[in-house]
Design a protein around this ligand. Structure first.
Ligand SMILES: NC(=O)c1ccc[n+]([C@@H]2O[C@H](COP(=O)([O-])OP(=O)(O)OC[C@H]3O[C@@H](n4cnc5c(N)ncnc54)[C@H](OP(=O)(O)O)[C@@H]3O)[C@@H](O)[C@H]2O)c1
Length: 305
């Protein structure tokens, strides 16, 4: 499908770190309606993916030609402690939107996660069998399975360690490290036994747009090129911030954080974009290039304070 200025695109759960990037990319090129339950910016309207009737009304009122579901509970520990809400948001929410996509006969985009693997192998392509470990991964994988079996016109994009949104929106690793630095910590303790593939929200949003236009429906790994440990990401970030001589980065094992981060996580959740590459539609940069670009917002923030 050609995505044009007049094309109506409905985006659910658009108030988060990926939502910022997807909204920016799509709203410049299409006619977007964006919703969330957290109305943290003026262009968001309220709609809760757990509530079928409310979603149906919100979507049908707009008559979209494409529906993107970004809504999820993404904090793994919160999901372990709030299993019912996680199932309702991540799994039933995805089902609700799939049912509405089917009713309107429009394509649906769903964002899955590298976290659905069990980490028993080193690197996972698009065809390797998932085996999710915790509530977050299980509920996200249910959404994937339902959409695959229920819809003909769908895109499932599996993302890795998300980077994006900057100091105010980023809920994940980069901002976690940055906040420690900003508040004066001189030694960082970083795990080196968790491996993955960073995923830059700006490139990911561009990837969604361009892959949707191809109409080559299906499941895609879509992560930055290259892979790394959490430790390597921290070293790179500190270097980019120009702080390598001022900060000590100490390698620790995941056991060091086992009380705080108790949700099960795969040792390796490294993905490779085999299908995107084979089809010549891989728009993801190397993670170091992406981090270099992303670091600029943190450098600006540091200079401000
Ligand atoms: N972050 C990652 O590392 C990562 C990795 C792989 C895949 N993904 C997937 O990428 C997608 C976008 O996630 P993100 O990284 O942008 O996370 P995010 O910043 O937490 O954004 C998700 C948004 O969905 C909202 N939401 C929660 N429950 C909702 C509901 N019932 N109805 C409507 N909206 C609801 C959240 O609101 P609240 O803030 O109020 O909860 C938040 O604004 C998700 O599908 C996620 O599973 C994320």
């Amino acid at each position: 499908m050609k995505l044009e200025k007049s094309t109506k695109v409905y985006i659910a759960g658009c108030g988060g770190m990926l939502g910022r990037a997807v909204y920016a990319y799509f709203s410049e090129r299409c006619n977007v309606k964006a919703t969330d339950i957290d109305l943290n910016i003026e262009w968001l309207e309220y709609a809760d993916v757990r509530d079928y009737k409310q979603m149906e009304e919100s979507i049908i009122a707009f008559q979209p030609e494409l529906i993107i579901n970004l809504a999820a509970l993404t904090d793994l520990e919160f999901c372990e402690k709030n299993a019912e809400n996680s199932w309702l948001t991540n799994a039933l929410g995805a089902e609700n939107i799939a049912l509405i996509s089917k009713k309107l006969d429009v394509p649906m985009v769903y964002i899955s996660t590298a976290g659905i693997v069990d980490g028993e192998q080193d690197l996972y392509n698009d065809f390797d069998a998932p085996n999710p470990l915790g509530i977050y991964a299980k509920s996200k994988y249910h959404g994937e399975v339902f959409i695959k079996s229920y819809l003909d016109k769908f895109f499932v994009f599996r993302a890795g360690w998300m980077m994006g949104g900057g100091p105010n929106k980023d809920k994940k690793f980069i901002n976690l490290i940055y906040q420690q630095i900003k508040f004066g910590q001189k030694e960082l303790f970083i795990v080196d036994d968790k491996l993955g593939t960073p995923t830059y929200t700006l490139s990911f949003a561009e990837g969604i747009f361009k892959v949707v236009e191809t109409e080559l429906y299906g499941v895609y790994n879509q992560v930055c090129e290259g892979d790394c440990s959490r430790y390597e990401v921290a070293v790179e970030l500190v270097d980019l911030l120009g702080l390598k001589d001022e900060l000590k980065i100490t390698k620790v094992s995941s056991d060091y954080f086992k009380t705080e981060y108790f949700a099960p996580r795969p040792t390796s959740e490294k993905l490779v974009n085999m299908k995107l590459n084979a089809r010549g539609i891989n728009f993801m940069p190397h993670w170091k290039e992406a981090l270099k670009d992303y670091a600029q917002v943190f450098i600006a923030d540091l200079n401000k304070s």
